[in-house]
Design a protein around this ligand. Structure first.
Ligand SMILES: [Zn+2]
Length: 212
C-alpha cells in the first residue's frame, strides 16, 4: 500500500489539531485509492498519528493492512464513497464553533459569505444519531449526496472532497464561516447577499463546475 497516502493522513491529523479544527480522540480521516480505503485507527488522538498507524481496508471494512482497528465510524466513510464517485477524501472532526452550531441545530444557508457559498454551498444539520450507528451512516451519506459539508447534531462536522486538501479547506472554511456569523450576530445581524445577486453567483458557480 502507499506510504505517501498514509503520511498525508497522519499529517492531516496534526494540521486539524493545530488549526483547532479537532481535538482529543474525536474525528476520523480517510482517503479512497484504487478500490481500497485508507483510514485513521480507532482510539488514537489524531495529532500524534504516525504513518504506520493508518489502516487500509476494503469496502466491507475488512482490514488489509495495519495493526489497529479502523475508526469505529468507518461505516459512513464506506457509504459516502459508495454514494459519491467524485469523492476521494473525507474528514470528520469536532471543530468547536461549527460543532456549537450543530448543538444549537443551526444550519448554514448559502449566501452569507461569497467564498463560503462557492466552497461549501448549503450546510445542513443532521439529527442526532449514536456514533458508529447504521442510522448515522445512512443520514450522512444521504445528506452528502447533495452537499459537500454537513453538521451532525450534538457531535461535529463532516466535509468531503476530490482530494484531502479540498476536504480540509472546506472544514477550515466552515469553521471560519461560523466565526463570521457569530461576530455579525454579536455586533448587528446576519445580512444575506441579495437574492438576485445570489442567483447570479450560483449561476456563475454552476458554469465554472461544468467547465472543470
Ligand atoms: Zn465524531
Amino acid at each position: 500500500m502507499k506510504r505517501a497516502i498514509k503520511e498525508e493522513i497522519a499529517n492531516m491529523g496534526k494540521r486539524l489539531y493545530e488549526r483547532r479544527l479537532n481535538g482529543g480522540y474525536g474525528g476520523n480521516i480517510s482517503v479512497k485509492d484504487d478500490e481500497v480505503i485508507y483510514i485513521t485507527p480507532s482510539g488514537l488522538p489524531k495529532d500524534i498519528l504516525q504513518y504506520s498507524d493508518i489502516i487500509v481496508m476494503d469496502f466491507k471494512g475488512n482490514v488489509l493492512e495495519g495493526t489497529g482497528k479502523p475508526s469505529s465510524e468507518m461505516l459512513f466513510h464506506i457509504l459516502i464513497y459508495k454514494t459519491r464517485e467524485d469523492v476521494n477524501a473525507i474528514i470528520h472532526s469536532h471543530p468547536p464553533l461549527a460543532t456549537g452550531f450543530a448543538i444549537a441545530g443551526k444550519e448554514i444557508p448559502p449566501g452569507i459569505h461569497e467564498e463560503s457559498t462557492i466552497v461549501l454551498g448549503k450546510v445542513p444539520v443532521l439529527p442526532y444519531e449514536v456514533t458508529s450507528s447504521k442510522e448515522l451512516a445512512k443520514n450522512v451519506s444521504d445528506a452528502l449526496s447533495k452537499s459537500n459539508a454537513a453538521l451532525l447534531a450534538n457531535h461535529g462536522a463532516i466535509t468531503v472532497g476530490d482530494t484531502l486538501e479540498t476536504a480540509f479547506r472546506r472544514m477550515e472554511e466552515l469553521e471560519n464561516l461560523c466565526e463570521m456569523i457569530l461576530v455579525a450576530q454579536s455586533i448587528g445581524k446576519v445580512n444575506k447577499i441579495p437574492q438576485e445577486k445570489l442567483e447570479a453567483l450560483l449561476e456563475l458557480i454552476r458554469k465554472r463546475t461544468k467547465k472543470s
